[in-house]
Each structure stands twice: as C-alpha cells, then as structure tokens.
Design a protein around this ligand. Structure first.
Ligand code: ADP
Ligand code: MG
Length: 335
C-alpha cells in the first residue's frame, strides 16, 4: 500500500496554480488586481511574446515592506482580510492570498517594492526567496518570466503568441473599463498598444470600445435603494453578430453571470431580433454583503443573495433606458 505523506509547499502551490494560473492572461489579471488593490494611480504593463516570455507590471501603489516581501509569496498570506466578517463584505479584488504563491511556483518571479517611508526598494526572488536592495522610486514591480518553465506538461497547453496576447489584451480592457480613475498603459513586444490617461467613464469607454459605440449607446444611471446600475448599452443599430462587446461588472469586478446576462437579454427582446447581440458596459453596485465573490478561484462567477430582486432591477432599469431612447428616436423621426 502506498504511504500517505504531506506534499511539499512547492508542489502544493503548483497544484493550486492549476486553478489560478490557467494562462498568461490569468497571471496578468492577478497582478493587475493587486496593483489596483494597492491604491495605484498609474499602472504600466509590459508583455513579451503574448505574456509567455514576460509579464511585467509596475505600479505606484502602497508598496510592500521589506519584512513582508517573503510573506507576500506565501500561500494563504494576505493583507486584505483577517476574519469571516471581512470575507463576507470584501471590498478588494483579492482576498484569497494565493495568487503570488501560485505564480511564483510556475514562473520565474521577482517582486521589487518600495513601501511608503522606506529609504529604498527591495527585491525578492520568487524561487530562492533571497532579498536584496534595489532601485525603485515608489510602488511595486512584479516581473513574471517564462511561464511554466518548470511544468512542461502545462506549457504544452499554451496557444500561439497571438492568442495568448489577445487574452491578455482582453483582461487589460476589463480592468481599464472598470477603473477610469487609474492611468493604464499596455505594451506588447516593446510597442505601446494602449495608453489610457485618467478619464471619466464615458471617455474611458470610448477609448476602449470605440467612438461609434459611445455615439450609438445610451447612458444609464439608475438606483433602487442599495442597488445602482450605471454604464452604457448599445441601441439596436449598433448590435453585433457576436457577444464580444459585453462587459458586466459587479462592484468593480468583471463577471460572467447567467442571471445578469438573462436580465440584459430580456430587456432587448422587443428591440433586437434574430441572432444579433447588444454591446454594453454595465456596472452594478450593491452592498458587498449581498454578493458572494468567493465561488470561483478566479472570481469570475458570483452568487447573489437576492437574485430575483437583482434580475428585476437590472431588467427594468435597462428596459426603461432603452424605451426612453426608442421614444426619443421615434419623436425625432416624426418631427
Ligand atoms: P491577495 O491579493 O488575495 O491578498 P496575492 O497573493 O495576490 O493575494 O498577494 C499577497 C499580498 O501581497 C497582498 O495581500 C498584498 O498585501 C501584497 N501585494 C501583492 N501585490 C502588491 C502590489 N502590487 N502592491 C502592494 N502590495 C501587494
Ligand atoms: Mg491578489
């Protein structure tokens, strides 16, 4: 009979990486969200070879103190929650404390960081865990190179550079749409692809979705008690053959949720026919206690406590906006 033994920390983290680090875009998501959680005003992303060769994210956030750098790379180590109560009303993107540990287990990872008030920065190597002084003005630089260099079985599942890059670009767009208050830049193989200054929501949406989308979309901002729905939804004329321009955020987090998709679809039933799909960027805000984000390791799925009320609210708010614009358009055509 084989004997039972504890797995090594490295192997535990490599197993966890199977859930958290599916591809370069998932690394980018985790590292970007950490930069957002650190209160950054500006974030710079550099990718090489679709993110497989390198993902480097520099931010100007709060930084990590020297004596916490090693801890940041440990599994189940986080500064974001401390107890169950925090978990039930979490306001940060991260809270599981597993991303950096998982990433460092499957890629050559370094963290360079200068905590506020520190005389200079420090760098930690993700595999040796050695710490050395480094030069950095402020904030944190996370450098993730050669993804899956030590796990060849997983490396085989990576797609072409172009495909992996497209996933990274999509991930970047999600964060950028949700946070127009942060300046963001993305470069791929040394070429700047997105340069997004701090803007209001409309300007950030136009920068990422195109001026035509904004011109043919209706803005909405509705609230009902603790629920608020804002953003932009396309008029039928802008409808598309695919679902590629649909963004729904819940408390700033991009989600794919059947209930929300259904509510949106239903609001369009009378005005959008056949195989056409609307384009939208919608933000639902509610009390964090009303939504469980701890359902999925990448947190792309959520669970609402009052799902019926949310469905109704989204459906009504959106139908009303679309109906008003329909009436306005009909009125314009008649005059
Ligand atoms: P989580 O985000 O769930 O806490 P992570 O493994 O992603 O877990 O990060 C671990 C910890 O490292 C975070 O809680 C945070 O304290 C620190 N950290 C990671 N990235 C940054 C960053 N860019 N700036 C400041 N602190 C960071
Ligand atoms: Mg995190």
């Amino acid at each position: 009979m084989p004997s039972i033994h504890l797995l090594s920390d490295l192997l535990i983290n490599q197993i966890a990486a199977g859930e958290v680090v599916e591809r370069p875009a998932s690394v980018l998501k985790e590292v970007l969200e950490n930069a957002v959680d650190a209160g950054s005003r500006a974030i710079d992303v550099q990718l090489e070879q679709g993110g497989v060769r390198r993902i480097r994210v520099a931010d100007d956030g709060c930084g990590i103190a020297k004596d916490e750098l090693a801890l940041a790379l440990e599994r189940h180590a986080t500064s974001k929650i401390a107890n169950l109560d925090d978990l039930e009303r979490v306001g940060t993107m991260g809270f599981r404390g597993e991303a950096l540990a998982a990433i460092a287990a499957v890629a050559r990872t370094t963290l360079t960081s200068r905590a506020e008030g520190s005389a200079h920065a420090w760098r930690i190597d993700g595999s040796e865990r050695s710490i050395a002084p480094a030069a950095l003005g402020a904030g944190t630089v996370v450098d993730v190179a050669d993804l899956y260099y030590n796990t060849p079985a997983r490396r085989k599942f990576l797609k072409s550079e172009g495909t992996e890059y497209a996933h990274c670009d999509e991930m970047f767009r999600r964060v950028a749409l949700a946070r127009p208050d942060i300046a963001l830049q993305l470069a791929h193989n040394g070429r700047v692809v997105h340069r997004l200054p701090v803007a209001d929501h409309a300007r950030r949406v136009a920068a990422l979705m195109g001026d035509d989308f904004l011109a043919q979309a209706r803005a909405l901002d509705a609230d009902a008690g603790p629920l608020r729905l804002s953003g932009f939804a396309s008029l039928p004329a802008y409808s598309r053959a695919s679902r590629d321009a649909q963004y729904f955020f819940v408390n700033g987090r991009f989600v794919r949720d059947k209930l929300l998709t259904h509510a949106v679809r239903q609001a369009y039933t009378d005005i959008l026919h056949g195989q056409r799909h609307p384009a939208y960027v919608l933000f639902l805000e509610l009390d964090p206690a009303g939504v469980d984000v701890n359902v999925h390791p990448a947190k792309i799925e959520v669970r609402f406590r009052e799902s019926r009320a949310i469905h109704q609210f989204v459906f009504h708010a959106l139908s009303r906006t679309l109906a008003e614009s329909g009436a306005a358009l009909a009125g314009r055509a008649a005059s």
